[in-house]
Design a protein. Sequence first.
Length: 195
Amino acid sequence: MAFALGGVLALTALGAARAARAQAPAGPANGAPLMRAALQTVAPVDLQRYAGLWYEQARLPNRFQKDCTGQVSAEYTPLPDGTVHVLNRCERTDGHVDEAIGIARPVAVTGQPGAGRLKVRFAPTWLGWLPFVWGDYWILKLDRDYQVSLVGTPDREYLWVLSRAPQLDEATLQAELDYARSLGFDTDRVVRNAQ
């Protein structure tokens, strides 16, 4: 009897929840849809042209850059085996510069040769066989001259605006952030770099 009563109560609660969802607006309070389309990457990306020094202009906050308060840069160097050497630098408040050395490898995307999808690893080489040490690096937007790049992750947790120039003009930076917002990134939380 108690089991049957519990089942009836559970079904009643489920019905009430369904009814409430049916009357709820289609998305969150800010009007964004509940379902987001899968992110698309730039294709093709010429990694030889993408190579070189990039300056971070803005990012979504993340734990591995929490101490970065000054200039942040990334330098990419293509290697003969098709991977890319990555050197990230960030200046802390005390003036010290932290460096992180990693490796990036292109990810093949069916029907999109040269797609701007890479996996990046900063863990030691001997841990490279572990899938969780590789992070997504998706090039979401790239100008024709390879001067400004918008990079993010498919879960929309990480985002970076990069440029060849140490300082990007406000209009260009805002255009990149507006585009990122249109893709579903929470640009209200973006941290802008003090260059």
